[in-house]
Design a protein around this ligand. Structure first.
Ligand SMILES: NC(=O)c1ccc[n+]([C@@H]2O[C@H](COP(=O)([O-])OP(=O)(O)OC[C@H]3O[C@@H](n4cnc5c(N)ncnc54)[C@H](O)[C@@H]3O)[C@@H](O)[C@H]2O)c1
Length: 338
């Protein structure tokens, strides 16, 4: 039986995907939470699934390589679901970049060594990555991931310092997930050269330990906007993750698929601006602008890019607001000098 490696497999979306993939695959769960990992393996085993677990911190490249080799020795790793990640309520911006961005690079480069014809990898991003205006993402640093992974790993963590103010963790989350989307697309050619595939999936608000923690950041407010007025169930995104790495959609690669109950489809520029405006002085501080100037800038942006006439309903920040561009953009010019 072929193997599927699932990171962050002890909880949430990763565990839900393991239940689905486990029907016809050997499951190897990786997580940093030993207790949750033990409980997850017991749960899967009780359900008749061939499952093992290993404590593996995805930010540690040597451990990731070792664990991939060990998993491969037990049966070819035909697919990887890279679900491990951290959110703004869990730590500071540097931590978020290290786990979400460096972790994704480690997982992707390491699996590429083993990937063969017909294999597939899916990286879990977030709709937050789609909400980051491209201009504020540290694209030069992103590009280093393709040529110099050590330099990328150092610089992306330092990029946290380029984000001003109290919203640093929220904006870092959006940028770290924008990287996951960008990088998964860029790596499609390297996987394609081996007849393998790579893509990303961007969830909206889901009922998992992380999703519930982020209610403190307003993640529940996104359901006011969404077509489906509820959180997603872990198995609903698990089904998608299992499908995209299955053999059926064998021509699907180099893309991101949004799974958000219709949030992005309904979100207007006004809604995005309302999220920022709702933050008031915090948003101003995050933008490095006096509040009045920020509000004027947002109003102008709202007038120049009106939504289709819907009232503004959102003030959620889990999916971070479109950062006021000029200030961040100016800071990002410092990237090259870091
Ligand atoms: N839940 C949501 O609403 C939501 C929304 C958008 C995106 N996402 C993304 O979906 C993915 C899965 O989220 P979830 O809701 O299942 O989260 P979760 O917190 O329920 O599960 C994530 C798992 O990753 C593990 N993990 C964290 N850091 C790790 C590390 N360094 N190495 C190995 N494992 C590590 C955790 O211990 C945890 O078991 C994440 O990448 C998250 O950013 C979640």
């Amino acid at each position: 039986m072929n193997t599927v490696v699932i990171t962050g497999g002890a909880k949430g979306m990763g565990l839900a995907t393991a239940h689905i993939m486990g029907k016809d695959h050997r499951i190897v769960l990786w997580d940093i939470d030993q207790n949750a990992l033990t409980a997850a393996v017991e749960e899967l085993t009780a359900a008749g699934i061939d499952a093992t677990g290993a404590v593996c911190d995805i930010t540690d490249r040597a451990t990731v390589n070792t664990e991939f080799d060990r998993a491969e020795a037990g049966g070819h790793v035909r697919a990887v679901v890279h679900s491990a990640g951290v959110s703004p309520q869990m730590g500071n911006a540097e931590f978020i970049f290290r786990v979400n961005s460096v972790g994704t690079l480690n997982m992707t480069e390491s699996y590429l060594r083993l990937a063969r014809e017909g294999d597939a990898m899916v990286n879990v991003s977030s709709v937050a990555g789609h909400m980051m205006p491209d201009v504020v993402n540290p694209k030069r640093t992103f590009a280093l991931a393709l040529t110099d992974s050590d330099a990328f790993s150092t610089k992306i963590v330092k990029a946290a310092n380029l984000i001003p103010g109290k919203m640093r963790a929220g904006l870092a989350y959006g940028q770290s997930k924008a990287f996951v989307i960008w990088y998964s697309k860029k790596m499609a050619a390297a996987f394609g050269a081996k007849g393998a595939r790579i893509l990303s999936v961007s969830p909206g608000s889901f009922d998992t330990p992380m999703g519930n923690l982020e209610i403190a950041s307003g993640s529940d407010k996104l359901t006011d906007i969404a077509a489906l007025k509820r959180f997603g169930k872990p198995e609903e995104v698990g089904s998608l993750l299992a499908y995209v790495i299955s053999e059926g959609p064998g021509y699907l690669t180099g893309v991101d698929i949004i799974c958000d109950g219709g949030t992005m489809a309904a979100m207007t520029m006004k809604d995005m601006l309302a999220m920022t405006k709702g933050e008031g002085d915090d948003a101003a501080e995050a933008a490095g602008l006096p509040g009045g100037r920020l509000k004027r800038a947002l109003s102008q942006a709202g007038r120049s890019k009106p939504g289709p006439g819907k009232p503004s309903r959102a003030r959620a920040v889990t999916t971070p607001p479109p950062a006021p561009a000029q200030h961040l953009h100016r800071n990002l010019h410092r990237e090259a000098r870091m």
